[in-house]
Design a protein around this ligand. Structure first.
Ligand SMILES: Nc1ncnc2c1ncn2[C@@H]1O[C@H](COP(=O)(O)OP(=O)(O)OP(=O)(O)O)[C@@H](O)[C@H]1O
Ligand SMILES: [Mg+2]
Length: 209
């Protein structure tokens, strides 16, 4: 469950989100579209507890403190942040999971065949190689990380923007399969990525339509 109540947010004095209210029920799949720069990523960051509202409240599964929210949600941001660690550690973020769980998310994020080509497989250190990764590889690691955390709420910001159409279709299909019972908010410019969604909103002038 995600609830935004009269939320406003500005960068300096530039108003991006204007008194916005929104209710997303558990299990809903919500798409958000809108022109570049209209504030979609900003809105997602507010839902992820990465930003604090100027006015109004964001509540996610009963939590309304941004720090508590960020613990409760899985996020794939538009430009994935990889750390100077192994692929494995970038996916698990230092938490312990059963090997079978990690293997499953690696497969779902379509990372297996690439990882098999690496000398040390999933334990390959990314520190020196982070720059050598393709945008698609980085994005798939970020998707695996989000799936690994296995939160009830999944927030996606253009999760397949760096993938070719075949890979993006297959990764998005895997995400939907994984997220059957989860609440999903998916920001994208591509309406075809939102087929079968509960509702699609357009963000314009800081408000949703
Ligand atoms: N950290 C920041 N500081 C100041 N202004 C920012 C910052 N981040 C974004 N903005 C501005 O806020 C507006 C909304 O940005 P945002 O990234 O939310 O848009 P978006 O809808 O996600 O765009 P896109 O579709 O290109 O990803 C833009 O005008 C942008 O320049
Ligand atoms: Mg954006």
């Amino acid at each position: 469950m995600i609830e935004l109540k009269d939320v406003s947010f500005s960068y300096d004095n530039k108003l991006i989100i204007n008194n916005l209210s929104l209710n997303i029920k558990k299990g809903d799949k919500i798409g958000i579209m809108g022109e570049s720069g209209c504030g979609k990523s900003t809105l997602l960051r507010l839902m992820a507890g990465l930003y604090r509202t100027d006015k109004g409240t964001v509540t996610v599964d009963g939590e309304s403190d941004p720090q508590d929210i960020s613990r409760k949600v899985s996020v794939v941001m538009q430009s994935p942040m990889l750390l100077p660690l192994s692929i494995y550690d970038n996916i698990t973020m230092g938490h312990k999971y059963p090997d079978s769980h990690v293997e499953k998310v690696v497969k779902m994020a379509r990372l297996s065949s690439w990882i098999e080509t690496l000398p040390e497989g999933i334990h390959t250190y990314l520190g020196d190689r982070a720059d050598e990764l393709s945008g698609g590889q980085a994005q798939r690691i970020a998707i695996a990380r989000a799936m690994c955390k296995n939160s009830e709420v999944l927030l996606l910001d253009e999760p397949a923007s760096a993938l070719d159409s075949e890979n993006s279709a297959s990764v998005l299909e895997a995400i939907m399969e994984y997220a059957t019972d989860k609440t999903v908010v998916h920001v994208t410019h591509q309406a075809k990525h939102l087929e079968g969604y509960t509702k699609i909103y357009v963000l314009r002038n800081g408000e949703l339509a």
